[in-house]
Design a protein around this ligand. Structure first.
Ligand code: F6P
Length: 321
């Protein structure tokens, strides 16, 4: 292998820059040239390639977002788009490709590998932590820290006014961010898509807590169960609480990556290059399992569902009482 390329695709996440930096510098240290592809699969189709040297990835490890930029490409889903992408990989003599992103991006990697025989390796980057095979994806820890900082701030003002706050967090169809931030933020309740909930019961619980002298309540709503505004109306109407809503939105996706995400991304980037070079990584995704870097088949990543740890669900229930 003489030349590899790297791209970031789909929703960005903090730590993507650290992963690119690691890919570039690990490859250069082994005498391999690296090209960065701008805007993910869109840039792959449109030929947005640029050669990356060590200095190009200086001073980015601490920055959120992705300096290669990202996009969601509809055209890459078509055969015509895929063929353009392949043409560009051939034109630039790319022998191996590192794809950093969430499940949509990894699906694209599987197409390139399975249908066109490209040597591809995936790195899981998504704040949702919904990617099968890895305990943590890049960006999750930073997003959680951001969410919990917001919960702490809201807690202060909620306590001053005896208010109930519903805080909506991202995660698409996965309740991981909601569950973990509810545990770490000391919330009274959490609504997630994986577990059936009973609104009346939650309202009863909150009422009881006020009667016992609590001065505020926090309910975390995973975006996958619906809008916090809709739930808020029910809480206000049935519970009679003074209710406020905060939708955290995209501030969860930005910000400087935590030490955990910087080191995870760095380890994943290095492992991706090493295993791409020794041939074991092609068609695989790099994964963190317990404390080790492992490889998971991309087909498994796409076809198997990551489950929430039942112990965490139990802890969240017990500790919120
Ligand atoms: O997958 C990451 C994520 O932030 C989800 O949590 C969220 O549902 C979605 O992306 C938002 O997408 P967009 O940035 O395109 O609005």
């Amino acid at each position: 292998m003489k030349r590899i390329a790297v791209l970031t695709s789909g929703g960005d996440c903090p730590g993507m820059n650290a992963a690119i930096r690691s890919v570039v510098r690990t490859a250069l240290s082994k005498g391999i040239e690296v090209y960065g592809i701008e805007q993910g699969y869109k840039g792959l189709i449109e030929g947005e390639f640029r050669k990356l040297e060590s200095k190009d990835v200086a001073n980015i490890i601490q920055k959120g977002g992705t300096f290669l930029r990202s996009a969601r490409s509809e055209r890459f889903k078509t055969e015509e788009g895929q063929k353009e992408a392949i043409k560009n990989l051939e034109k630039h003599n790319i022998d191996g490709l590192v794809v950093i992103g969430g499940d949509g991006s990894l699906r694209g990697a599987t197409v390139l590998c399975g249908k066109y025989g490209v040597n591809v390796i995936g790195i899981p980057g998504s704040i949702d932590n919904d990617i099968y095979g890895t305990d943590m994806s890049i960006g999750v820890d930073t997003a959680l820290n951001t969410i919990v900082r917001c919960i702490d701030s809201i807690n202060d003002t909620a306590s001053s006014h005896d208010r109930t706050f519903l805080i909506e967090v991202m995660g698409r169809n996965c309740g991981y961010l909601a569950l973990m931030s509810a545990i770490a933020g000391g919330a009274e309740a959490v609504l997630i898509p994986e577990v059936p909930y009973n609104i009346e019961k939650i309202i009863e619980k909150i009422k009881k807590r006020y009667e016992e002298g609590k001065t505020r309540s926090i309910v975390i709503v995973a975006e996958g169960v619906g809008s916090a505004y809709d739930f808020g109306k029910v809480f206000g109407m049935i519970g009679g609480f003074e209710t406020r809503i905060t939708v955290l939105g995209h501030l969860q996706r930005g910000g400087s990556p935590t030490v955990f995400d910087r080191t995870l991304a760095t380890r994943m980037g290095a492992f991706a290059v090493e295993t791409l070079l020794d041939g074991t990584g092609c068609g695989k995704m790099v994964a963190l399992q317990k404390t080790k870097m492992e490889l998971v088949d991309l087909n498994d990543v796409l076809n198997k569902k990551k489950e929430l740890d039942p112990k965490l669900l139990e802890i969240a229930e017990i500790l919120s009482n």
